[in-house]
Design a protein around this ligand. Sequence first.
Ligand code: NAP
Length: 312
Amino acid sequence: MSVEQVIIIGSGPAGYTAAVYAARADMKPLLFEGQRLGGQPGGQLMLTTEVENYPGFPEGLMGPEMMEKFKAQAVRFGTRIISEDVTEVNFGSRPFKVKAGSTEYVASSVIICTGAQATWIGVPGEEQYQGHGVSACATCDGFFFRDKEILVVGGGDSAMEEANFLTKFAKKVTVVHRRDTLRASKIMQERAMKNPKIGFLWNTEVREVLGDGTRLTGVRVFNNQTNEERDLVTEGLFVAIGHKPNTELFKGVIDLDQKGYIVTKPGSTATSVEGVFAGGDVADHRYRQAVTAAGTGCMAALDAERWLESQE
Ligand code: NAP
């Protein structure tokens, strides 16, 4: 089996940008677009509505359309794409081994861009009713809540964005937040506060998702100031409380931080294993923007290229 110069794992803005740079540097990248890892090929932007803050697109564009463009650009320069989840990696010796399905691929360098995905609250009923009233993706599921009254959990930018988006469909959206101040940026807060369809329930925690066995029918909430517990009737629950990195594959293989994000050397995309690089949200819990993911994806390709040259 031939040894690839570089394998890129992940198909979000970081993975495709790494691919564009690696392909243009004649590294003939092989990119895995996971089916499960990170949710779906294309990463989190596949779950986004309009992207208004990606420079160069003054009118904004839809997340999935943006990812099609990223992919087309990577393919244009010769990136080969395999639509399979990577199930195992072995970085213990070189060349590195990457397994997908029943096939093992080998490469001189690897760029990890597996991204992050939504966090769930972790209360009874939440998992049972996922897809049956409980969702972490307004873009995917908002359509099903036309004229309904629904809840959004969280106080960050994601929660505000989801709440605003959901008012396109829902009759009323109530944001349930565990504190009495929002974490979201000022502009997102103001937009949500001004929206007549959005209400807020402060100091409130979701304790349980209630249902009739097939669908969610309500939510048990707890007010952490009054210690009062009560049941709310609702037709939908959108969870928007943050994300976790897709690093299951790399536990014990490369260094991860306390939250499971890949640790990279300051000012570089180098991981704890020489020849393995990381870009995008998988190594960034701070900025998490498409443009920063693309930026670090580019850095990873440049770092990999220079590292390969140094090995010759
Ligand atoms: P976040 O900023 O970490 O906010 C998470 C929110 O969920 C917080 O309000 C937090 O409450 C709450 N939360 C966390 N765990 C919870 C739990 N178990 N139960 C109930 N509530 C819980 O995450 P995010 O909103 O996903 O945003 C992540 C990053 O992406 C941020 O940097 C954000 O600015 C950025 N972002 C930007 C945009 C945009 O500009 N268009 C859109 C989306 C995201 P506490 O406040 O009490 O901690």
